[in-house]
Design a protein around this ligand. Structure first.
Ligand code: NAD
Length: 250
């Protein structure tokens, strides 16, 4: 489905980004793993899945680094078809008035400015190709009024709003921009946001809400990313896709 396509997955070194990288690779895409962490494990998993990947050390909050990421991707693979803006700082669960200014600024720099930087870096190539797919990872927290997480929720609300505006700016160039809002998904990062008791409490509360009575796993999200990266989504843009077992209905 994605043979010959090249996908950049930011934050692809672990967690959901790794899952998306492998799923895109299984469908034929070559992968660029852009992360502050080493991407070797993901590169190896992509090779096992029968495709090819490179890892480029990238801090998405830096304009210079994201420009270098796009240049290196083009040098190695010649094109950029898909950008999965997945990198984020997940912050921590904390009362809104206990968030430090440094935490607030870091979350905004990575989660919001990072997406702007990556879009600026790849859009020229997508425009030249006359086609491109941008998938911005937001969060189901934006539908839920999630308390004790204001810096993160604000950043993910911005991702949702940026997606709509960018979709209108780039639609004429054949570039689709959509957002994914995952529910609380069992990655190491997500299950370390609070102490063990709080994590179990949140899992139980979400299960009560969800129509589908099990906790969300990374594999639940990957098919939506593959679909949004594929030609099947050519007439879909500016939309938010909520994958959370029916927790938030909107
Ligand atoms: N797991 C969940 O419950 C959940 C729910 C909703 C949304 N999300 C979103 O899904 C995405 C992945 O979450 P995850 O659970 O896999 O977390 P994770 O921490 O495992 O993944 C985030 C990745 O981003 C990378 N990263 C952090 N700062 C970076 C920077 N400045 N530049 C480049 N890379 C950077 C990290 O190194 C990591 O590999 C995030 O956008 C997160 O907000 C997760």
């Amino acid at each position: 489905m994605l043979d010959g396509r090249v996908a950049i997955v930011t934050g692809g070194a672990r967690g959901l980004g790794q899952e998306y990288s492998v799923a895109l690779a299984k469908n034929g895409a070559k992968i660029v793993v852009a992360d502050i962490l080493p991407g070797d494990t993901t590169v190896a998993k992509v090779a096992q899945a029968g495709s090819e990947a490179i890892a480029i050390k990238t801090d998405v909050s830096s304009e210079t680094a994201t420009r270098a990421m796009a240049e290196e991707a083009l040098r190695r693979f010649g094109r950029i078809d898909v950008l999965v803006n997945n990198a984020a700082d997940l912050g921590r669960w904390v009362a809104f008035d206990k968030i430090t200014e440094a935490e607030w600024d870091r979350v905004m720099a990575i989660n919001v400015k990072g997406i702007w930087n990556c879009c600026k870096a790849v859009v020229p190539a997508m425009k030249r190709q006359g086609k491109g797919k941008i998938i911005n990872v937001s969060s189901g927290t934006i539908w839920m009024g999630t308390p004790l997480y204001l810096h993160y929720v604000a950043s993910k609300g911005a991702v949702f709003a940026m997606t709509r505006s960018l979709a209108r700016e780039l639609g004429g160039d054949g570039i689709n921009v959509n957002t994914l809002t995952p529910g609380y998904t069992m990655t190491e990062a997500a299950t370390s946001l609070g102490d063990k008791e709080s994590v179990e409490l949140v899992k139980r509360e979400l299960l009560n809400l969800q129509a589908i009575k099990r906790n969300e796993q990374p594999a639940d999200l990957a098919p939506m990313v593959v679909f949004l990266a594929s030609d099947g989504s050519d007439f879909i843009t500016g939309q938010a896709f909520n994958v959370d077992g029916g927790g938030a209905l909107h």
